[in-house]
Design a protein around this ligand. Structure first.
Ligand code: SF4
Ligand code: ZN
Length: 304
């Protein structure tokens, strides 16, 4: 079985299109698709400094590799930022992988720890939780968003790029729908050009399985060990549900993604309430205190 684009043996079959590709043509197709997404949503502009959030997982390392190659031939610069949540036995291996990979690519990188930013490592924060029902990932995700914003401003970035793929986007959408959190659906619109710090997800139109194959076929060293808290939330169940739908009806994830694009844009437009400044940290929010400060304040109240 040969590649549809050249005569080399095929290594990957794209089930939703039937296309068969050799390893090289497959990798090129991922790079091209990423570039297309970036230009479709005007994600990166001339002279931008892009902060690439790198966790040490396959998605963020693949993004760093691809975006670094683009930066070499375009008029933007990149730096990597890594967040250390403070999860014993998990993050250290990832930090090591990130350091080696950034050195190999000659990309400047900096690590920011929850402990330094919030005076609480994730595990300490989780011990202070009042309600065990608040999942580790919801606390961690809230803190991570703020940590990434802080890190990006600290290095003077214009844009934050994360490795979220199409599957992550679908899962987040379903989680938001199931929790009744429609405001967050508005945040999913890929066009963030109105923000002072733009957030981009250049892999948002690529299946997770394709990023896995890209990382594998390019011999990329990524952390395979999952976070110990990974299965506490509902995300894993939703991932399995969406994967089983895709197995039976290939291309269904692409369809759901197209619906999300339409829904998120209209939710964003109807939600565009005037923003105020959080009275604790000065970041933009829609009430008196932003979501991150509310979480941190509540945890610290429990500490005393
Ligand atoms: Fe944080 Fe959850 Fe990710 Fe672990 S799986 S790093 S707890 S968001
Ligand atoms: Zn080929």
């Amino acid at each position: 079985m040969n590649c549809d684009r050249c005569q080399n043996p095929a290594a990957y079959t794209r089930k939703y299109s039937g296309e068969k590709l050799c390893s090289q043509c497959f990798s090129k197709s991922i790079v091209r698709k990423t570039a297309k997404t970036i230009s479709k949503y005007n994600m990166i502009k001339h002279d931008d400094l892009v902060a690439v959030a790198v966790s040490g997982g396959k998605d963020s390392l693949a993004l760093l590799k691809i975006i670094n190659e683009m930066a070499l031939t375009h008029s933007f610069k990149i730096k990597a930022i890594t967040i250390d949540e403070g999860i014993p036995g998990y993050r250290n291996e990832a930090l090591d992988i990130v350091r080696k990979f950034c050195n190999e690519l000659n990309v400047e990188y900096k690590v920011y720890a929850y402990k330094d930013l919030f005076e609480l490592a994730l595990d300490e924060a989780l011990d202070l939780r009042e309600n065990e029902k608040t999942s580790s990932c919801s606390i961690c995700g809230t803190l991570r968003r703020r940590a990434i914003d802080y890190a990006a401003r600290d290095i003077g970035a214009d844009v934050i790029a994360t490795g979220h793929n199409l599957d992550d986007t679908l899962q987040t959408f379903v989680i938001n729908m199931l929790s009744g959190d429609t405001t967050k659906i508005g945040w999913m619109d890929p066009d963030t050009s109105a923000n002072d710090l733009r957030k981009i997800k250049p892999f948002c139109e690529i299946y997770e399985s394709e990023i896995v194959f890209y990382a594998f076929t390019n011999d990329m060293p990524f952390q395979a060990e999952p976070c110990p808290h990974m299965n506490e939330g509902i995300r894993t169940e939703i991932r399995e549900f969406l994967n089983s739908l895709e197995n039976q009806h290939s291309g269904i994830k692409n369809n759901l993604y197209q619906s999300i694009l339409k829904v998120s844009t209209s939710v964003k437009n109807s939600n565009s309430k005037e923003k105020t400044k959080c009275e604790k940290c000065g970041n933009g929010c829609t009430g008196n205190v932003c979501a991150v400060c509310s979480v941190v304040l509540k945890l610290k109240e429990n500490q005393t």
